[in-house]
Ligand binder design. Sequence first.
Ligand SMILES: Cc1cc2nc3c(=O)[nH]c(=O)nc-3n(C[C@H](O)[C@H](O)[C@H](O)COP(=O)(O)OP(=O)(O)OC[C@H]3O[C@@H](n4cnc5c(N)ncnc54)[C@H](O)[C@@H]3O)c2cc1C
Length: 380
Amino acid sequence: MLEFTSEQKMLRETMAIFAEKEVAPLAYDIDRDERFPSESFKRLADLGLLGITVPAEHGGAGAGYTEMCIVTEELARFCGSTSATYADHADLCIDNIRRNANEDQKKKYLPLLCSGEKIGGLAMTEPSAGSDVMSMSLRAEHKGDHYILNGTKTFITNGPVGDVFVIYAKTAPEKKAHGVSAFIVEKDFPGFQRGKKFEKMGWRGSPTGELIFEDCRVPAENLLGGENRGAMVLMSGLNTERVVLGAMSLGISRGAYEFALKYAKERVQFGKPIAAFQLIQAKLADMAMEIELSHLITYKGAVMADRGLHREMNLVAAYAKLYTSEVAMRVTTEAVQILGGYGYMKEFPVERMMRDAKLQTIGGGTSEIQRIIIAREVLN
Ligand SMILES: Cc1cc2nc3c(=O)[nH]c(=O)nc-3n(C[C@H](O)[C@H](O)[C@H](O)COP(=O)(O)OP(=O)(O)OC[C@H]3O[C@@H](n4cnc5c(N)ncnc54)[C@H](O)[C@@H]3O)c2cc1C
């Protein structure tokens, strides 16, 4: 049985109100216009939630992954894009720097990122290196007090708007995965350029783009976690990322289910609310059950991460990522079905939720990759 502290319950209540009152009214426009949710990002900064896992001395809230999941989930109930923006900034960028940076780097970057003055992102993926991320070819050559970066990253969340990115590059290509290093790169470093911004099916308010490095000069002091230790930096965050993505999928599922449940009670056909029909009831029953299981596996992962069980949680993190994302796809699809023709119309949010849910089975390690991880663990 998962137990939340009174502070965590209060955070959930506050977030639920905030998301319903302030995030939900913007969700349609953000999706239609493919617009970064700047108002909500600023409000999340004001509420002190961006640096949720960062100690107070570096400008954060000093909380944990359970709290990060609560915020991510409640945002995703109403707006996948805002939730993605939050999780990318708070988890992939800020939490990575918290875990791996030295004291000078923390002092320099964390307060600016926690206050929302700077927008963060993380760049692993390249045009030819997706699931096989260690085959990346972005090159970083050590020259005196700088590294010179050349290559391209793609599909980078916050790429078109971000100020600070954690970038992975090859410092010793012959050593393969043991020759990767991580860097903190600012958008104003010479040789850094933004490439194209992608037009997407879902997550449309969360901007996704290319980052291009042409003899980009990165000061040696911005090496994150040590030379050729990038794989360790990367691995240190993969499990928590999967759990946080689980929270996002759970939030999307809840949003679609809650909307469909209310609709089913109100929509009358054949003289009865459609909720009176057993075929609709069966859908609602499956949705409710799968959401409960999504909740359990996600917060099991969050609690393990908060207890520092990062090495022990490979299986739980993969379960959380895989299960919740496939549930989100099923639940949003059934929500559209319950609304019938209205479900297919953009004026009802389940249409957007179904599009947002699809990314959950792809980003942060596809469903196929999660199944490979699970199979490897169980076979061992
Ligand atoms: C909206 C969006 C935002 C993103 N944000 C970021 C970001 O901020 N930072 C970042 O670094 N990346 C980001 N990504 C990239 C994302 O993590 C990758 O898209 C994902 O890891 C899959 O890589 P790929 O798209 O190259 O697909 P591929 O790796 O080419 O996979 C194609 C298909 O082959 C399957 N496949 C691959 N290998 C195997 C195998 N061994 N066995 C069986 N099947 C396999 C995959 O599961 C998939 O179905 C984002 C992507 C999207 C779409």
